[in-house]
Design a protein around this ligand. Sequence first.
Ligand SMILES: C[S@@+](CC[C@H](N)C(=O)[O-])C[C@H]1O[C@@H](n2cnc3c(N)ncnc32)[C@H](O)[C@@H]1O
Length: 309
Amino acid sequence: MIRNKLLSDIFYGTELEKIASGTQSIRKILLNSDPSFERVDWSQIEEIVKNYFQQRLKGQFGGPITAGDAFFMAAYMAAFRPASIIEVGIASGISSSFMLFAAEKLELLSHHRIFLHSVDLFLKHPKFNTEIGRVVWMNFPNLQQYWKAYLGETLADVAINRRDEIVSNDGPTLAFIDANHLHPWPLVDLVAASTLVPSGSWVMLQDTQVMERWLANCVEQKVPCPRPCRGVNFVSTLWPGKKIIGTEMCFNMASVQLDQSDEGLEEFVRTCMSYPSEAGPRQLAQVKNYLEQFGTTALDRTGQERVRE
Ligand SMILES: C[S@@+](CC[C@H](N)C(=O)[O-])C[C@H]1O[C@@H](n2cnc3c(N)ncnc32)[C@H](O)[C@@H]1O
């Protein structure tokens, strides 16, 4: 909740009391984007988001999704009714537990089937020294059976080494990315996700406007703004195919449809990589290595580095 009057005319995403009025435009945009949204019961989505975010959840930390983000995500779940979802970026597990919670309400869960595959680089969060994903088992122990966490790995590691554990008849047909936002990490996450879901699937991206969020935080807390972090913004705005850019309460979300040929994807990678890296040289080398393993050759000509590590 923003208290600073200088920020009173912008959405932050947490305004649960405005969930109806603050999501009107995105409903129309989604309805225009794909006929699957015609089956969404918008009042049910509002209820799901309200019921989840009104709870006092134990164990939260580390940049969780907001109610506005959740509305966008639940709309995709209701429209496309995935058998399972692949997620990267768990932290305390707000997005993970929200997707499991929404899946139960939308009747997407099925016994003995993993609904959510979630990946995170850490087992314990390095800043908070607490277990990754603990919100799930601390608050929703009954939903844990539908969840599989892959900890200590990137999504690219999982896509390269453990693809068979994920891709199946009940494999993911929807993806959610909320991990490292520094360019070009969201790019490699998107390319990795594209190897785990069928073509034509949608990938939801969180923190597309993280700089707007950070600027608001800095005005609120009267602290300097960190260096730019626009990786998610780059991949969503540069995506050459069908995409949705969130607005109002959902301003910090976007989604792209994996509708590109290999050549289109390669051109997209090349374009993204022509933007200066926000990650340091070691991480940039790691990203290039992953992209090479995925068969995108576009990288040799690119990648101006910004020394930061
Ligand atoms: C913003 S937090 C995710 C918040 C979470 N989605 C939620 O709603 O609670 C980002 C998470 O991504 C993880 N992360 C950072 N870089 C990563 C990478 N390259 N691969 C996988 N996970 C990564 C971090 O450990 C952190 O837990």
